[in-house]
Design a protein around this ligand. Sequence first.
Ligand SMILES: [Zn+2]
Length: 266
Amino acid sequence: MKVYFSVDIEGVTGLTHWDEATQSHADYPQFQRQMTAEVVAACQGALAAGADEIWIKDAHATGRNILAGELPPEARLIRGWSGSPMSMVQELDDSFDAIGFIGYHSAAASGGNPLAHTMSSSKIAEMRLNGDRMSEFMLHGYAARLHGVPTVFLSGDEWICAHARTLVPAIETVAVKTGVGDSVISLQPDLALSRIREGVKHALSGHLQDCLFPARDRYRIEIRFTTATRAYRASFYPGAIPVDDVTLGFEHTDYFEILRFVHFVL
Ligand SMILES: [Zn+2]
């Protein structure tokens, strides 16, 4: 069994402030270790369920956070950013049996996490797909669907767990924290690790194909930018539909064209 994990940091246990997600800040190493520990726990769960190959995308900021020496020998780590529109699920293809998301977080314009955002908090105020608020999980879950890979597991804040279950009712989720305004209420970190380990094991022991993202005939994305100048610049993308001074739409039947649009307008 070949498994993929996409790993972010804003949804890991305890993380509360941007300082803790910023590599140059003194508060960062504690959460770099927690991010690493959570993906190690996910790997242990996957191995217990029979995985023999695990690909991991370090998908926060520079893509250079996870401490590679902690990972099991079955793991391959993707560091940095290739420039592919697949972005946080780079190299995912139909050779994978399942994907899990670790450290994921609530979407731009949502509560549930003081660090709620979608792709870029400085550039994007809100993203919607076919009318529904779009999280990074949703953006990349449909990317997994393009390759027929089921999205079997997610850990992160309570908001993103609930959002994931509305998209994929059979997905296994582990909420490690919940945001209240600018604060966070978290599980004890080691308890979070054991829940992630057991959650991944259970998810990969189930009927994986039940966890495919829903297929859609047509995709309409709307991006509300943080400034009109960003929206103006992005409006030159072929097929972009101006909605108002700060909002652009784009429609296509092929989801990869949605990923390409997001890639080039940010
Ligand atoms: Zn993120």
